[in-house]
Design a protein around this ligand. Structure first.
Ligand code: G1P
Length: 293
């Protein structure tokens, strides 16, 4: 099985849950401590051996392209002032990965965004990483999308990330009926997009990491649109599940949802607590205000 070396990141959504900031700053650029959420996703792909990355953007997403570009004016000033540390941070961006961009003309969903990747992936397998899901792994642990890619490279089957969720969270995610194959590996029999709690198959939810092969494009093309007119990627995965060609991988690591305000705030606090320069000061402050609340 071919090695997974390419990654696709759909990033065309409006970010309505973060209005008003998303009128001017796209949601992928919102920071967790000092890096945009998108950079965590790009770093995960790179750490997973996927250095060629396609970001599917849309209108009003120009600051994403600028961010990953070279900044000669800023770097010149930093050089002149001998601000080595800042210069290193600024320069780290340009060599991070080979990043390509394509614009999704109409933001009509995830499956449509994936179709834009066809000229980029050709017939190679690729990872798909959704920007709202951040997977934190400890040093030495295998990064999230690499865990799926390792499994894909062994089994040859499209693989999605699985996470156990409480009943209350069932309607937020794709939900699966699956049987266990290995400790973390599951064969998916059925998959449904965001069911009501009463209609769940299980408490296994799909998180935004997928490893697919180029067969996915034909599957998306034959997937009928939902009543709202959008082709759901989950419905395409349903065809693979029905043929016994879909696996789930219960990944190791902590997942943060950067797509809603409360979890986004929690992610900021936890990442700041792990930061050696901020951790102890922030911890002391949290303890102090917690007593006053
Ligand atoms: C998307 C997918 C859903 C998946 C979720 C993971 O939904 O459509 O199947 O479970 O990501 O975060 P969204 O969160 O974009 O509404």
């Amino acid at each position: 099985m071919k090695k997974v070396k390419k990654a696709v990141i759909p990033a065309a959504g409006f970010g309505t849950r973060f209005l008003p900031i998303t009128k001017a700053v796209c949601k992928e650029m919102l920071p967790i401590v000092d890096k945009p959420t998108l950079q965590y996703i790009v770093e995960e792909a790179v750490a997973s051996g996927m250095r060629e990355i396609l970001i599917v953007t849309g209108r009003n997403k120009k600051n994403i392209e600028d961010y990953f570009d070279y900044t000669p004016e800023l770097d010149a000033v930093l050089e002149e002032n001998v601000q080595e540390e800042f210069l290193k941070i600024s320069r780290s961006m340009e060599n991070l990965a080979d990043i390509y961009f394509v614009r999704q003309k109409h933001p009509i969903g995830f499956a449509d965004a994936v179709m834009y990747a066809k000229p980029f992936t050709g017939d190679e397998p690729f990872g798909i990483l959704l920007g709202d899901d951040i997977i934190y792994t400890e040093k030495g642990q295998t990064p999230g999308i690499r865990q799926l890619a390792d499994s894909f490279e062994k089994t040859g089957k499209t693989t999605v990330a699985l996470m156990r969720v409480e009943d209350a969270d069932i309607p937020k995610y794709a939900n699966v009926k699956a049987h266990q194959v290995e400790e973390r590996l599951f064969g998916i029999e059925k998959i449904v997009e965001k069911p009501k709690i009463a209609e769940k198959f299980s408490n296994d939810a799909v998180i935004g990491r997928y490893v697919v092969d180029s067969g996915i494009y034909d599957v998306i093309k034959k997937t009928p649109p939902s009543p709202k007119g959008e082709v759901y990627f989950t419905d395409s995965l349903g065809f693979l599940a029905a043929d016994g060609c879909l696996n789930g991988y219960r990944f190791e690591g902590k997942r943060y949802d950067a797509g809603n305000k409360l979890d986004y705030m929690k992610a900021n606090i936890e990442f700041a607590l792990r930061d050696p320069a901020l951790g102890s000061g922030l911890k002391a402050y949290i303890k102090e205000i917690a007593e006053k609340l």
